[in-house]
Design a protein. Structure first.
Length: 298
């Protein structure tokens, strides 16, 4: 802003504004003492999974022959998924360009064991350093005495990318890895400020808007959630406290089609208090659950 104001002519001022994409008006956000670049944390879903993991796949897969891809796919199918957070769905060798965060997380956890035999020594170093960065990003504990060690791991990954895949240095997400540990120092483990939990709810919200006319989607989504919540309350309780629904209604409510419609499994899982016919604590609690969608979307 100072360089724009220092120009002597209006033409020079306009050229500087066009060059930097700024206007001569002060931004009020810059006067409150908040630095948006240093104060915004790194988001692991878009930076690591949809960023680095996808970059690695796009670099490695075209180098593999059809025979290598068949062997890699067999390794993926034979890999035990019991210790992983999520499982990959689909053919990683064919549909890697369409992978979502859940699939990329599964590949990141098993990539060292699956892809290492088919890579060169330099590519293997990049993949190994990436797996260490992934472990840091999804750890559940952080201690200050690990700062320098974890910082060197992130720097080592960027150095390996620089020597092996220099074209990726133009990606801002590669540079953001250098600030991963700094964000953990300020805010704790990345799972505390990750957007994965919020993004997983997008499918549920989108399902409520499929039959909307798109003129008032917020109203339609709210109404659909209110109807579903009312169905849950009606099918699980007859309106009086500690009274369960009948056997026929309980059977209908337990059917997969009805369960899918009311999104019981997506939102509440297998918690006993949300199962069909379960006793509720108080009627007031049920009423507060009934009005919960209106509080969230208004």
């Amino acid at each position: 802003m100072a360089s724009i104001r220092s120009q002597q002519t209006a033409e020079k001022t306009y050229e500087m504004q066009t060059l930097y994409g700024l206007k001569a008006v002060d931004n009020p956000m810059l006067s409150i003492g908040f630095n948006p670049f240093m104060g915004t944390p790194l988001e692991v879903l878009h930076t690591i999974l949809l960023g680095l993991a996808k970059y690695m796949l796009k670099q490695f897969m075209p180098q593999m022959t059809n025979r290598m891809k068949e062997e890699a796919l067999a390794r993926v199918n034979a890999f035990p998924h019991s210790g992983l957070h999520s499982k990959m769905f689909g053919n990683v060798c064919r549909y890697y360009n369409s992978f979502v965060g859940r699939d990329l997380k599964g590949w990141s956890q098993m990539s060292v064991f699956i892809s290492s035999p088919y890579l060169s020594s330099d590519d293997r170093k990049v993949l190994l350093s990436f797996s260490k960065v992934f472990r840091i990003a999804y750890c559940n504990y952080f201690s200050p005495h690990l700062y320098h060690e974890w910082k060197s791991i992130c720097e080592n990954f960027v150095i390996n990318v620089k020597h092996t895949m220099p074209e990726l240095l133009n990606k801002p997400k590669v540079h953001l890895i250098l600030h991963l540990v700094d964000c953990m120092v300020n805010l704790g483990p990345c799972s505390a400020f990750s957007a994965e939990r919020c993004e997983s709810f997008n499918a549920t919200v989108r399902a409520q808007n499929i039959f909307s006319n798109c003129l008032a989607p917020s109203r339609d989504i709210c109404n659909h959630f209110a109807v579903q919540q009312h169905l849950r309350y009606t099918c699980a309780c007859d309106g009086d406290d500690n009274i369960q629904c009948g056997g026929g209604l309980k059977t209908l409510y337990s059917s997969p089609m009805v369960q899918h419609y009311v999104t019981m499994r997506e939102l509440h899982g297998d918690r006993s208090m949300y199962q069909p016919g379960a006793l509720r604590k108080r009627l007031a609690t049920c009423c507060s659950q009934y009005y919960w969608p209106f509080l969230c979307y208004h």
